[in-house]
Design a protein around this ligand. Structure first.
Ligand code: OAD
Length: 265
C-alpha cells in the first residue's frame, strides 16, 4: 500500500494521469463521492498524526518511554503531580523544548485546509503537542489538553506558555497566587469538563468521520468513531496498522497520514 501511495503521489506531481484517477486510487469511489458532498466532517487524531513531525507515539516500537528512570505513565500521572509538582514541570519543560523545534507535517496541513472546504469541520485530538493549531486548525477539541498551557490548581486560570514561557520551578497564578500545573490530562485523571460531551455531539451529527493515527485503545476518545458510525456517518481510518476500530470502519486506508490525507479528494 505504501508503494501504491508513493506511486500515486509521484503521478500527482508529474501529472502522468488525471487527478481524479489518482485520487480514486487512494480513496474508493464511495469515499470520493462522500468527500465531495459531506457537510459536517469530524476528524479524530492521535499520536500517529504527529509521527512524521518527529513526535514519538505512545504505543508501537516495543519501547517504553522513560524520563530520568521513571516510565512515562509514572512521571505523567496525577499521583506524581500530587507528590512532586516540580518534577512534573521539569518533564513538561523538557517536552516543550523538544516540540519547539518540530513543525506540522502534511497531515496537519491537510486537516487544517479542510476547515475551508467543509461547511463544518470539527477536529478532536488526543494530542497535547499543539501542532494542529500551528498548522492553522481553529475548531479543535483538545481532549487531553495542551503542553502549551498552564492551569492554576485552585482557580483554574490559564496561562499561554507560547507567549510567556516558563523554564524553572513551579509557575505561580497571577490571579490567586497558588501553584500552576500543566493543562494536560495526566494518567489517572478525568478529561476536561464538557470536552468529550462536545466531541460526542459532533460525532453524532457528522456525515463523514476520519480516525487518524490513533491506536484506539484509550477510552472515551476511542468511542467517538463508534458514536459517528452508530449515527450513520461514513467512517474512514488512516493508519499504517490495524486497530480495534478497523472492523467498524467503512474504509481503512493503510499508510502514513502525511502521505494519505493529501491524496483524499
Ligand atoms: P498511540 O501511541 O497509542 O497510537 C499511535 C497510533 O498511530 C498507532 O496506531 C500507530 O500505528 C499509528 N501511526 C504511527 N505512525 C503513523 C503515521 N505516520 N500516520 C498515521 N498513523 C500512524 O497514540 P494514541 O492513540 O494517540 O493519553 O494514544 C492515546 C492516548 O494514550 C494518548 O493521548 C495518551 C496515551 O495514554 C494521555 O496522555 C492522557
Amino acid at each position: 500500500m505504501i508503494r501504491e501511495i508513493a506511486a500515486a503521489r509521484r503521478a500527482l506531481l508529474t501529472s502522468e494521469f488525471p487527478m481524479q484517477a489518482t485520487a480514486t486510487s487512494i480513496a474508493s469511489d464511495e469515499l470520493h463521492s462522500r468527500f465531495a458532498s459531506a457537510q459536517s466532517v469530524l476528524v479524530l487524531t492521535g499520536a500517529g498524526v504527529s509521527a512524521e513531525s518527529g513526535v514519538p507515539t505512545f504505543r508501537g516500537g516495543g519501547k517504553t518511554a522513560v524520563w530520568k528512570g521513571m516510565p512515562f505513565d509514572v512521571i505523567s500521572s496525577g499521583a506524581m503531580l500530587e507528590r512532586n509538582l516540580p518534577a512534573v514541570w521539569e518533564w513538561f519543560n523538557y517536552r516543550r523544548g523538544v516540540l519547539r523545534n518540530l513543525a506540522p507535517n502534511a497531515a496537519h496541513d491537510t486537516i487544517a485546509g479542510w476547515e475551508n472546504r467543509f461547511e463544518r469541520l470539527t477536529l478532536v485530538t488526543q494530542n497535547v503537542d499543539g501542532l494542529h493549531h500551528l498548522a492553522g486548525s481553529r475548531n479543535v477539541i483538545e481532549l487531553h489538553g495542551s503542553v502549551w498551557r498552564a492551569r492554576c490548581v485552585t482557580c483554574d486560570a490559564r496561562t499561554n506558555l507560547r507567549e510567556s514561557d516558563h523554564q524553572e520551578g513551579v509557575p505561580v497564578c497571577f490571579g490567586c497566587g497558588d501553584s500552576m500545573r500543566p493543562d494536560v490530562v495526566l494518567f489517572g485523571e478525568m478529561l476536561p469538563p464538557g470536552a468529550f460531551e462536545r466531541a460526542a455531539m459532533e460525532a453524532a451529527a457528522c456525515d463523514l468521520c476520519f480516525v487518524v493515527g490513533t491506536s484506539a485503545v484509550v477510552y472515551p476518545a476511542a468511542s467517538i468513531p463508534e458514536i459517528a458510525r452508530a449515527a450513520g456517518a461514513y467512517v474512514v481510518e488512516v493508519n499504517p496498522e490495524p486497530t480495534p476500530l478497523s472492523r467498524i470502519c467503512n474504509e481503512v486506508l493503510s499508510g502514513p497520514a502525511g502521505e494519505i490525507l493529501p491524496l483524499i479528494d
